[in-house]
Design a protein around this ligand. Sequence first.
Ligand SMILES: *[C@@H]1O[C@H](CO)[C@@H](O)[C@H](O)[C@H]1NC(C)=O
Ligand SMILES: *[C@@H]1O[C@H](CO)[C@@H](O)[C@H](O)[C@H]1NC(C)=O
Ligand SMILES: *[C@@H]1O[C@H](CO)[C@@H](O)[C@H](O)[C@H]1NC(C)=O
Ligand SMILES: *[C@@H]1O[C@H](CO)[C@@H](O)[C@H](O)[C@H]1NC(C)=O
Length: 234
Amino acid sequence: MAIFNPKAIGLLCLSFFFFRPVVSEDQVTFMQEFCSEKQFDHGSVYQSNLNVLLANLSNEAVSKKFYNFTVGNSVNKVYGLFLCNGAYTAQCMLRYANHSIFSIVDDSVHFDFDYGPRVYQQFDQQLSSMLIGLFNKAIVDNTSLASALGVVYVRETISLAGYVDCTPDLSPYDCNRCLQSGLSRLPMNGRQLGTTALPSCRLSYFYIDVSPGKRFGASQVNHLLKYEFYSYIV
Ligand SMILES: *[C@@H]1O[C@H](CO)[C@@H](O)[C@H](O)[C@H]1NC(C)=O
Ligand SMILES: *[C@@H]1O[C@H](CO)[C@@H](O)[C@H](O)[C@H]1NC(C)=O
Ligand SMILES: *[C@@H]1O[C@H](CO)[C@@H](O)[C@H](O)[C@H]1NC(C)=O
Ligand SMILES: *[C@@H]1O[C@H](CO)[C@@H](O)[C@H](O)[C@H]1NC(C)=O
């Protein structure tokens, strides 16, 4: 069974699990999981539907960033989706439930993380402003993935990169609602990077020290996000 690709994935499973996901754990790194206390029976139709669902999602993740799928009927129906950021060290969020989770905003749980030297407090205001600017870009990105990334210069030698996304099944209104909820939980302690992930959306930022005069162009931003940004976050 093909598991989410590439191997160095950070699999963030959110929502209500009735059983642990059927993925081989040596191929994924779990960041965090939030599961319901309710379980289903081993060998049940629900479990077999779940296995089919996870295999399908896993295969689709090789080529897609977002996908939603259902397997089964009535009480044994399983709903699932994933959202990956598509970066080199992909970070994915996987959800499944026995009730519909599509087009429904969910900010009921959150995973927060921050890291690095604590020397950037003075840029908190710029950080908030940049993220809100990215929200506005992400919510109109209705043709593709409801995501936005950007880099601003907070000082000659310090740049600030940010990334936000929502699951693209949400309305712009719900995407914005989730991102605002995420912003209120995002660690902003002046550290070098921070991230908050909710079932329906994610926010991340990363301060970059650059030598005087060195500016980032589009290709450097792309490189940075692919090879540096997420390797910290994962
Ligand atoms: C997932 O299921 C859909 C619908 O049955 C099918 O079209 C698709 O090929 C499946 N994907 C994979 C990778 O198995
Ligand atoms: C995916 O979600 C949309 C709603 O966002 C729904 O209309 C569609 O049927 C879902 N697809 C599957 C395969 O369940
Ligand atoms: C989901 O499973 C729980 C626990 O077994 C059950 O109480 C609930 O009715 C189920 N929901 C649906 C939509 O089947
Ligand atoms: C995207 O949103 C804009 C503004 O709400 C709307 O005019 C446009 O038709 C939408 N496009 C698609 C592909 O949904």
